[in-house]
Design a protein around this ligand. Structure first.
Ligand SMILES: [Zn+2]
Length: 344
């Protein structure tokens, strides 16, 4: 089938590739409609690896996807051909200890789309377990369906933070994950989110999404903004979504006593942080890796109108322009957040 194949670092081709996918009794076959381009896809394209995951053989990219069910296995009861769906890209081993504990995102044996050596879904069809395939309500588009994957990360972060109604949160980093984390934090009950970044167009967009106060850290201090909005007390929650080492080390200064920090962004190298500063506030520090048990909730929030991701989808490309789409995503302009590729 024709697919967007990463041959090796810096070499992408739209070409035929054989993908052997037997259909099991509990699987469904999905015709792919829309795929979002994720920072991880771009990173594999530019560098051929992320941490321990190395592209050693041609691999199809793409893991943020929505489409239409075209075939169901004999044991599938929940889905039928014609259903519009989005898919969770990680398939854990059902017998693993992590899966049994409900931590299936941490299963070391998880097979995750477009993480070497597993093919992604920038291709016409995919076979996937029905258990990780979720129906989209009529009022949720394919484009929104393909946003469920990044939104799930933000929702997992908000869940880990244990948001309480009225909390004041800071989100550091206004990229796609920072944006969806802010939306998830507000949907979870935060009264306001302070969003910090250096790209003004992204901050301007963020400010239209809800009670979000943008702070351009190139010219303003987040600490003083937090102090002003919290009568000097500090933010209840800090979501670090930039992966920037300095930002990631500086979160405790923003935090209120007893506050929570969630590390969402992935720094490129180990960071050092001030343990005593964290101790003086008894900060609770959480980390997220992908998500678990979030997709149906993300779809429900979109369908009910509590979360609108549509303003974040800034650029669309046809499947035939996939290579151009990736070259665009490598040099994302400041006013772009999420680029998607449409296969139909
Ligand atoms: Zn992603």
């Amino acid at each position: 089938m024709k697919a967007l194949v990463l041959e090796r670092e810096k070499e992408l081709n739209l070409r035929d590739i054989a993908v052997d996918e037997p259909m099991g009794a509990h699987d469904v076959k999905i015709r792919i409609h829309t795929v979002g381009i994720c920072g991880s896809d771009v990173h594999y394209y530019q560098h051929g690896r992320i941490g321990p995951f190395v592209v050693n053989a041609p691999m199809v990219l793409g893991h943020e996807a929505a489409g239409t069910v075209v075939e169901v296995g004999s044991a599938v009861k929940t889905l039928k051909p014609g259903d519009r769906v989005c898919m969770e890209p990680g398939i854990p081993d059902p017998n693993s200890r992590a899966t049994q504990l409900g931590l299936y995102n941490l299963d070391p044996a998880v097979r995750f789309w477009a993480t070497p050596p597993v093919h992604g879904v920038l291709r016409p069809t995919v076979v996937h377990p029905a258990a990780f395939t979720f129906k989209l309500p009529d009022n949720v588009s394919f484009a929104e369906g393909a946003m469920v994957e990044p939104l799930a990360v933000g929702m997992h972060a908000a869940t880990k933070a244990a948001v309480k109604p009225g909390d004041l949160a800071v989100v550091i980093g206004a990229g796609p994950i920072g944006m969806v984390t802010a939306l998830a934090a507000l949907a979870a009950g935060c009264s306001r989110v302070i969003m910090a970044d250096v790209q003004q167009p992204k901050l301007d967009l963020a400010a239209t999404l809800g009670p979000i106060t943008p702070v351009n850290v190139a010219s303003e201090s987040v600490v003083s903004k937090v102090k002003t909005l919290s009568d000097g007390w500090g933010a209840d929650i800090v979501f670090e979504c930039s992966g920037n080492a300095k930002a990631a080390a500086g979160v405790f200064e923003l935090l209120c006593p007893g506050g929570r920090v969630v590390y969402v962004g992935m720094p490129g190298a180990p960071i050092a942080y001030d343990v005593v500063a964290a101790q003086l506030k008894e900060a609770r520090v959480e980390h997220v890796f992908r998500y678990a048990h979030v997709y149906p909730r993300a779809v429900a929030l979109m369908s009910s109108g509590k979360i609108d991701v549509k303003p974040l989808i800034t650029n669309r490309f046809a499947f035939g322009q996939s290579v151009e789409a990736f070259d665009f995503a490598c040099k994302m302009p400041a006013n772009s957040v999420k680029a998607q590729i449409e296969l139909e």
